[in-house]
Design a binder for this molecule. Structure first.
Ligand code: 1GP
Length: 253
């Protein structure tokens, strides 16, 4: 079960890396290179999903991943249509930083019977958007306003409320292609105050950034755009994530 893989890593303080594949943006030829590198450096998960993806494209990409890799595949859904029985699990996201009922519960009701049929492992997840310096697809499509970067208490309070409502995972995102990643002080405070497995994504492009984010308290770092542009970056980011418990990034060089 993915929840066991995740909680074992959290308890051993072994940080993890997820490669995000947006089926709308990744061409079949690029997918092959990504899978090859992900296998070679043994990344922890493929996350698959996006703001506009159609159902059959999700299936195609997951079948392709599963036929060339044994790495776990977790759906990171942009809508109730993004369900595939070929994946290992799905992050059932509730966008609790927003006030759009569609993304708090509406899409979930539409998906409930299909999800039950799919047999997928479900990971109930608090999903929070924090401002990353530009309007991203997820903010636009979900019609929600990200939490301002300087409102740490609001992020912590929201994540804590998610935990009290029974969510098992916290995912804080600045959105794909964001200019800035989630501020480090927000990551540390949410980790200390909430204590659930913590996934951080959006705008992560360098090993140094990934290292700092893990060191601040993230358990899983998600990278999408940067790997689409340069699949070779996977190796350096994976080793930065793996060694993030070192006291200083410069000690690693
Ligand atoms: C977005 O967290 C992911 O939801 C990844 O973002 O594509 O900017 O790496 P990037």
């Amino acid at each position: 079960m993915i929840k066991d893989i995740l909680s074992n890593s959290v308890s051993k303080q072994e940080k993890q890396l997820a490669v995000l594949i947006d089926p709308d943006k990744t061409q079949p030829a690029d997918l092959f290179g990504l899978i090859k590198n992900a296998n070679a450096c043994n990344v922890d998960y493929f996350f698959v999903g996006g703001s506009h993806v159609q159902h059959d494209r999700i299936d195609d990409v997951i079948i392709e991943l599963k036929s060339h890799s044994e790495l776990p595949v977790v759906i990171f859904p942009g809508s109730n249509k993004q369900i595939s029985k070929h994946a290992d699990a799905i992050l059932l996201l509730s966008l609790i930083s927003g006030r759009n009922p569609e993304y708090l519960i509406g899409q979930h009701v539409n998906a409930a019977f299909d999800l039950r049929e799919s047999g997928l492992e479900i990971l109930p997840t608090s999903y929070l958007l924090v401002d990353g310096g530009k309007v991203t697809s997820v903010a636009y499509v979900s019609n929600t306003i990200p939490i301002p970067r300087d409102k740490k208490d609001l992020v912590v309070g929201t994540a804590l409320a998610g935990k009290m409502l029974g969510q098992r995972v916290t995912y804080i995102d600045t959105g794909s292609g964001a200019l800035d990643s989630v501020p480090l002080d927000i990551i540390s405070s949410v980790k200390v105050e909430v204590g659930l497995p913590l996934i951080i994504g959006g705008g992560i492009r360098t090993p140094e950034q990934a290292w700092q984010i893990c060191n601040a308290g993230a358990d899983v770092v998600v990278v999408g755009n940067a790997f689409e542009e340069d699949p070779e970056l996977l190796f350096d980011i994976k080793s930065a994530v793996k060694s993030s418990t070192h006291a200083n990034y410069s000690n690693l060089k």
